[in-house]
Write a protein that binds this ligand. Structure first.
Ligand code: ZN
Length: 169
């Protein structure tokens, strides 16, 4: 089932998510819905707070469904390694229409639970490292706009406020 994606400004996007206590049928359904919603968007990643669920779950697929082996589900993830830096353009399904260059780690290793409850670890470089950090930020109540500084951030926030006032956000 597709779930509506919340936009920047929605309270669920700006507060830290809670750990998942157990993989229940409800969590399993949430994961199914998140995968479906991510592919439909389409996007390379989606975190539970983006669909209004304050739990530490994200899904990532840098192939956007083209390669069946690249779907990654992470429940209660944490960083094991974060190193180097990269600066690339980045966007977010919760901030449609805006992109900005964001400083991210070049390589990360994330450990968490798979959807069957088993522990797994995934390494990411390049786009995957960026996606992991982007989704982890969502679990901590951070949107990429919050990582920007100065004029670029002010401009995006101002435009979003304007769109919100006009009922177009
Ligand atoms: Zn995002």
């Amino acid at each position: 089932m597709l779930r509506p994606i919340l936009k920047y400004g929605a309270p669920a996007l700006h507060q830290p998510a809670e750990p998942v206590p157990a993989i229940t049928p409800e969590i399993d359904r949430l994961i199914d819905d998140m995968i479906e919603t991510m592919y439909a968007a389409p996007g390379v990643g989606l975190a539970a707070p983006q669909v209004g669920v304050g739990l530490r779950v994200f899904v990532v697929d840098v192939s956007v469904g083209r390669d069946s082996g690249s779907l990654i589900v992470m429940v209660n993830p944490r960083f094991v390694v974060r190193e180097g830096t990269q600066i690339e353009e980045e966007g977010c399904l919760s901030v449609p229409g805006f992109e900005a260059t964001v400083l991210r780690p070049a390589r990360v290793v994330v450990r968490g639970l798979d959807r069957d409850g088993s522990e797994h670890e995934r390494e990411g470089t390049g786009l995957l490292a960026r996606a992991f950090q982007h989704e982890m930020d969502h679990l901590d109540g951070q949107v990429f706009v919050d990582r920007l500084r100065g004029l670029r951030r002010d401009m995006i926030v101002r435009k979003i406020k304007k769109l919100t006032r006009a009922g177009k956000w």
